[in-house]
Design a protein around this ligand. Structure first.
Ligand code: AMP
Ligand code: ZN
Ligand code: ZN
Length: 407
């Protein structure tokens, strides 16, 4: 018989050998994957078997996540990794102006601005906190990851290159997992744009989208096969999300701004779905604000509370939101870039079913077969922080939204 003292001694040795450091080394890495524009409903079409298998063996929100307003790519990607609404994190849309930078336009095409921390510094993305706490973050194409936010960059990061093939991206991530223990990342991001790109060109309702759905699922299949070959399929926590969904648009569903206000009296910061406008006269503002057929406009401070939007200085004076499936345009623009048939857009009411975004999670932290009701995408951030063992920064999300999915 081993004496109690001896047993305690052994336990202490075991704790010293296997305790805190072993726990840290054992923490499963988190791979956050964004499939841009993957509407929640796409996962039920029978065209994405790999995703279906991951959902079946993991946690899934069949009705998706509610994106944040405005339902566009940059604001929602930053909400996912900061837990903040766009009104709070400062990436208030894909296109930005700021009085502190007169004449400078931020857009996804302005590489120098995308890489300038000025635009991103009002929030702290996961990778910054992770790096500051001795974890390694490797990002591949997450909006914000090209800028030294708070002066901190991910250990590895990449300039966005939409020509980089999906398989190459997957192989790069698998290569990261092959690194020796002391160099392997704790947090990784991976991004695919194909479904959003095609979803804008064709109707998201029909079979026209099949090719892109198949392409991205094949990339996921390559990832899963690579993980299985390495014995890592059950040792990496995968969180697969979209930034927003997609709704069908039509040349028959266009509202012309010219019909609402004298077009010379308004500056359009953004136009299409959710639109940011600056009326140049009080009369133009009065004409714009209010309900019109298929579009409603508000002074920024008077937006419906459920949008959680309208206080940030970067938000233009008036925000217009077309009915889901409708577009706001000008006669000049419609004549120079005519729509020829059905297409797709996002940037609509975050409560519209078509805007709901994919959420699937799989790995050692997740209980198989859990189904989550619709939750706000800002709740992904506290989930990631929990998986990484990091204290979340103050945020707009709720850990309890995904708590049921965890073991
Ligand atoms: P949206 O206009 O909201 O539909 O934005 C989708 C587009 O964002 C995709 O077609 C991508 O090419 C682009 N995009 C995604 N990530 C980045 C990035 N990190 N830098 C620049 N553009 C990006
Ligand atoms: Zn997007
Ligand atoms: Zn898009």
């Amino acid at each position: 018989m081993i004496s109690l003292a001896r047993r305690l001694g052994l336990a202490l040795v075991a704790l010293l050998l296997l305790g805190a450091p072993a726990l840290a080394a054992d923490r499963a890495p988190v791979l956050l994957i964004s499939i841009d524009g993957f509407r929640a409903e796409y996962a039920t079409r029978g065209l994405t078997p790999t995703l279906a298998a991951l959902a079946g063996e993991g946690a899934w929100a069949p009705d998706g996540m509610r994106p944040s307003f405005p339902v566009n790519t940059f604001p929602n990607h930053y909400s996912l990794v900061t837990g903040l609404r766009p009104d709070h994190h400062g990436i208030t849309d894909n296109t930005l102006f700021d009085a502190a930078r007169p004449g400078v336009k931020f857009s996804m095409y302005a590489r120098d601005q995308v890489q300038d921390r000025f635009w991103w510094d009002e929030a702290e993305p996961v990778w910054v906190t992770a790096e500051q706490h001795g974890l390694r973050a490797f990002t591949m194409y997450w909006p914000g990851s090209e800028a030294p936010v708070h002066g901190v960059r991910p250990s590895r990061w990449f300039v966005y290159d939409e020509k980089d093939p999906a398989f190459t991206r997957v192989d790069r991530v698998l290569g990261w997992l092959d690194l020796p223990a002391g160099e392997r990342p704790d947090f990784m991001t991976l991004y695919f744009e194909a479904i959003d790109t095609l979803g804008h060109r064709v109707s998201p309702e029909g079979a026209d989208l099949n090719q892109a759905l198949g392409e991205v699922d094949a990339a996921l299949a390559r990832l899963v096969a690579g993980l299985k070959a390495r014995g890592l399929y059950d040792r990496v926590n995968l969180i697969i999300v979209a930034d927003h969904g997609m709704a069908e648009t039509s040349p028959d569903r266009i509202v012309f701004l010219d019909d609402l206000v004298p077009i010379g009296e308004v500056t359009t910061v953004t136009l299409g779905t959710v639109s940011g406008l600056i009326p140049r006269t009080p009369a133009a503002e009065a004409a714009l604000v209010g309900q019109h057929p298929h579009v409603e406009c508000w002074r920024k401070a008077q937006l419906p509370a459920r949008f959680h939007y309208g206080t940030h200085r970067r938000i233009p004076q008036v925000i217009c939101l077309p009915e889901t499936g409708w577009l706001l345009s000008t006669r000049e623009r419609a004549a120079s870039r005519p729509m020829t048939g059905p297409a797709g857009s996002h940037g609509y009411d975050p409560d519209a079913a078509q805007m709901r975004a994919l959420f699937v999670a799989h790995g050692p932290a997740f209980r198989p077969g859990v189904r989550l009701p619709v939750f706000d995408n800002v709740s992904v951030y506290p989930l990631i922080m929990r998986l990484l063992g990091l204290k979340p920064r103050p945020n707009d999300g709720r850990a309890r939204d995904t708590a049921r999915a965890l073991r």
